[in-house]
Design a protein around this ligand. Structure first.
Ligand code: FE2
Length: 294
């Protein structure tokens, strides 16, 4: 999840206490009053949640469970072709339900014994410092709504399929989970908004949209690719560049389209050596040097 205003539908609390999610006209659920009511109710659950309390239970409908089951089974086929081995092993260890939408509470209970990560509910956009900062504590902010049933293989915004199939599966790998934690520590360490944005862009081009060589084959480990039915078929045809911190931290991207420039690690060791080491030690001065090296 990420870059903000256009990516997440804005959530507003009105004077009478009602919560309204502002879907764009182009959103597949825009003209569906039932879906919009549902989005408002689910957003209100997260807004009323207090950290430390159990995550609010969402009573998913049969239609929503169907969307989850359909997308899960289709993505599983794609993962066998296109996901890195580390992801496949982690997803298997996690053992998410395939026939119904899991509760975030349940996702945390599956993850915690494996890598210590737990989930926090989010109504929509979470400010960057908080979203990244809590990764250092092993916490991951996640939306609870699911995409509109009319287009099950498309979503203009991060939904629970992205947050859980993409991120929770990755977070069940101790090596990837450590990278998330390091990103969180980096976000807490840097002071300027510019440095925080740099750290977040490196996250975008790695843990959201990262690819990696396994022998002669390019595979994906980024949650954004691994949760996108369309993008997972396309990433090998993109402009693939070697890992480069300065370039990743300063390249502009368009969140509304498939990512055209991707950065490939030579291996998981390579990703840890370059990106993990950066997040482990970076401060504002180190980021400024990387920006000026572009
Ligand atoms: Fe994400």
């Amino acid at each position: 999840m990420f870059e903000e205003a256009q990516y997440f539908a804005p959530v507003e609390t009105r004077d009478d206490g009602s919560v309204v999610v502002e879907l764009a006209k182009s959103h597949p659920g825009f003209a569906d009053a039932v879906y919009r009511e549902r989005r408002n109710a689910i957003a209100a659950l997260a807004l009323n949640h207090t950290r430390g309390e159990p995550i609010p239970h969402v009573d998913y409908t049969a239609e929503e469970h169907h969307v989850w089951a359909l997308v899960t089974s289709e993505l599983a086929v794609k993962h066998r072709m296109y996901a890195v081995r580390e992801f496949l092993a982690a997803a298997e260890r996690l053992g998410l339900p395939r026939d119904r939408v899991p509760q975030l509470q349940e996702v945390g209970e599956l993850l915690a014994p494996i890598t210590g990560f737990r989930y926090l509910p989010a109504a929509g956009l979470v400010p960057l410092r908080d979203f990244y900062g809590v990764l250092a504590d092993g916490l991951f902010h996640s939306t609870q709504y699911i995409r509109h049933h009319s287009v099950p293989f498309y979503t203009p915004e991060p939904d629970i399929i992205h947050e859980v199939i993409g991120h929770a599966s990755t977070l069940a790998s101790s090596r990837f989970a450590e990278l998330y934690r390091l990103a969180g520590r980096a976000a807490r360490r840097v002071e300027t908004d510019e440095a925080l944005e740099f750290v977040s862009k490196v996250f975008w081009f790695t843990l959201e949209f990262g690819v990696m060589w396994e022998g002669a084959e390019l595979k994906a480990y980024g949650a954004g690719i691994l949760s996108s039915y369309g993008e997972i078929e396309e990433f090998r045809g993109m402009d693939i560049r070697p890992l480069d911190l300065s370039a990743m931290g300063t390249t502009q991207y368009d969140i509304t389209k498939y990512q055209e420039v991707l950065f490939a690690a030579a291996s998981l060791d390579h990703l840890e050596d370059v990106v993990g080491a950066f997040w482990d030690t970076c401060d504002d001065d180190a980021v400024a040097r990387l920006v000026s090296a572009v």
